[in-house]
Design a protein around this ligand. Structure first.
Ligand code: NAD
Length: 598
């Protein structure tokens, strides 16, 4: 006799606070129940089960080590799905032997959103302007996406301004609930969103699903909690005064983001901005705008009022510049290159904009001779090759203490050679395609520059042989040794899967070399000496320091740069400061009148 579990039963289970469902023999989940399981984050506990649809729900182990990514880095980098009983969507096929939750294939192109989201309406750009978004693996157009013009940006600003008072004044508990609901929706659509992100950005789908997506829903949960912690303080002035400091939302926030982690960056900025009571216009990156639009859809579905979260894809020089210069935008939260960051700072000067800038990097990973070399190699490989090296905080400069330098280079290169370069939508792929032809050519140019500067290519620097990759923007993971810190390949952000390895002698030289660069975003330290780890961490000019791992971005931790890597923070409670104004209120509660002219 089969026992059918319905969606209603799952909802009741969730409402009762239960997080697990024990599956017995002959338990059958209806398709709606399977969806409800995912939505409410219910864990399916081992037992024999099958659903009415194909394929059956899998009981998947928690992704410890997530199929080959280094566990220490991943553990801090991502949050586990709240449900481990995940059933793939119909588009998702199971990859043999992966042992995790596989998602493969491109997204359903008929579902893609391509218009602007302004005031809750999906609209064409003025004059019907569009910009194609292109698949980095084939250089073929995925879709023509509306490209916002200055007048569209102006409409979006007016919609955000109109929505601001009600959102600002909404009971924080209600605001938090809407944000939690959005987190649930992002999580429940993880597979589809990973497909879209992977297709549009060229990153391996396995990364999109296991690294990017958890880092998309988690900030909404973190900042939903933080909504109710936004507070001021009362000052210790004479007792005839009541003086208090309020934190108030800044108003209308323009968010301008890059193409490398578009959904994650939109989520980490958007969640903090909305938590603080602001309304938002998100300028999606022209090279990968699709998931920004999906986020706009999900925000509406979550019940976030129209106009609170608007999305305008378009060219930086047009839509981005219009947002930066708009007199009714109070704040620009920008992530992108240092060059564009300068233009944004200048553009905002006319209206004295609050501007926060998350910019580029050339981050060192410093390996001391006493380090666990295996861990240091594994972590440093992850630090550079994640997302094809198109990561602002990539550990692109590895400094290695001389006694272990040669062995480190050999082991690092060996691992780099084993990385599977392939089509992004295949689950087994570990390194995908660079965003476009121009970026790919730029990376190859740096390979030439490094060679002409006298550095040695230990491995990579060439196209993969696989004919299936012939049309796309691919390059083998590349390792340079024999590098000096003053070479261009050691000083300039390459933004591709290219690492430079530089020897050093002793702690003092390590610190000097690590800091001898115009950037200061992040740094890794590999050592068994605890005191040294802290000493060096204090001496490095960088906003994020990772000791004995690399590339960890918990929502709780502020992320921002020193020097030319920017100003301000994403994530962490610190980022709420970026989205609030400080107001001081002084009240005379004494009985006497202060009359200076008496
Ligand atoms: P980019 O600077 O070319 O573009 C970033 C965004 O700015 C895009 O949306 C673009 O349309 C817009 N833009 C371009 N010109 C503009 C202008 N004049 N006015 C307003 N907006 C404009 O950067 P990218 O190529 O998209 O991304 C790669 C860069 O981003 C790298 O340098 C990388 O290090 C950096 N990045 C930094 C972080 C961080 O948190 N520090 C994170 C990811 C990427």
């Amino acid at each position: 006799m089969k026992h059918f579990v319905t969606a209603d039963e799952i909802r009741q289970l969730a409402a009762s606070g239960e997080r697990e469902l024990m599956l017995r023999e002959h338990t059958v989940l209806t398709d709606a129940a399977v969806d409800a399981v995912r939505l409410h984050g219910i864990r399916l506990v081992e037992g024999s089960t099958y659903s009415t649809g194909e394929p059956p729900p899998q009981v998947v182990p928690a992704p410890a080590g997530a199929g080959g990514l280094p566990a220490p880095a991943l553990a801090g980098l991502v949050r586990e799905r709240s449900s481990t009983g995940v059933t793939p969507s119909p588009q998702v096929r199971r990859a043999e032997g992966s042992g995790t939750v596989p998602v493969t294939g491109p997204p359903d192109s008929g579902r893609l959103l391509t218009r602007l989201l302004i005031g809750g309406e999906w609209v064409e750009a003025a004059g019907g302007a569009t910009v194609p978004t292109v698949d980095p693996a084939t250089n073929r157009t995925i879709a023509d996406v509306s490209a916002a013009q200055a007048e569209d940006v102006d409409k979006a600003v007016r919609a955000a301004r109109a929505a601001f008072p009600a959102w600002r004044d909404l009971d924080p508990e209600k605001r938090a609930r809407l944000m939690l609901r959005l987190a649930e929706l992002i999580e429940s659509e993880r597979d589809y969103l990973a497909q879209v992100e992977s297709h549009d950005v060229g990153k391996p789908i396995r990364e999109a699903a296991l690294v990017d997506l958890p880092a998309c829903w988690d900030p909404w949960r973190f900042f939903a909690g933080a909504v109710r912690t936004v507070a001021g303080r009362v000052l210790a002035l004479p007792r005839t005064s009541l003086d208090y400091v309020r934190r108030e939302p800044t108003g209308v926030v323009g968010m301008i983001i890059p193409w490398n982690f578009p959904l994650h960056i939109a989520c980490r900025k958007g969640s903090a901005a909305l938590a603080a009571g602001n309304t938002v216009i998100l300028k999606a990156p022209e090279l990968a705008p699709l998931t920004s639009l999906e986020l706009g859809r999900l925000a509406l579905e979550a019940g976030i009022p129209p106009g609170v979260f608007n999305v305008v894809p378009g060219l930086g020089e047009v839509a981005g510049a219009a947002l930066v210069e708009h007199p009714d935008v109070n704040k620009i939260a920008f992530t992108g290159s240092t060059t564009t960051g300068r233009a944004v700072m200048r553009g905002g000067a006319g209206t004295i904009k609050r501007v926060s800038l998350e910019l580029g990097g050339k981050s060192p990973s410093v390996v001391f001779a006493d380090a666990d070399l295996d861990r240091a190699v594994i972590g440093s490989v992850f630090g550079i090759y994640l997302a094809q090296g198109e990561v602002c905080s990539a550990g692109s400069r590895v400094l290695v203490e001389r006694p272990v330098h040669d062995e480190f280079v050999a082991r690092f290169a060996e691992r780099a050679r084993r990385i599977r370069v392939g089509l992004p939508h295949r689950w087994e792929t570990q390194l995908g395609a660079l965003i476009n032809r121009r970026q790919c050519e730029r990376v190859y140019e740096y390979v030439d520059i490094g060679t002409s500067e006298g550095a040695t290519v230990v491995t990579g620097g060439t196209r993969p042989d696989d004919p299936a990759l012939a049309e796309g923007n691919f390059i083998q993971p590349t390792v340079f040794a024999g590098v000096r810190n003053d070479m261009r390949i050691a000083q300039e952000e390459i933004f591709g899967p290219v690492v430079v390895i530089i020897p050093f002698d002793g702690e003092e030289e390590a610190i000097r070399l690590a800091n001898d660069v115009r950037y200061g975003l992040a740094a890794g330290i590999w050592t068994a000496d605890g005191a040294r780890a802290h000493r060096v961490a204090h001496a490095l000019d960088a906003g994020s320091i990772w000791v004995n791992h690399y590339g960890v971005y918990p929502s709780e931790a502020p992320f921002g740069g020193y020097k030319e890597s920017g100003t301000g923070h994403d994530l962490g409670l610190e980022s709420l400061d970026e989205y609030t104004e400080v107001k001081n209120v002084h009240v005379n509660i004494g009985t006497e009148t202060f009359d200076w002219y008496a």
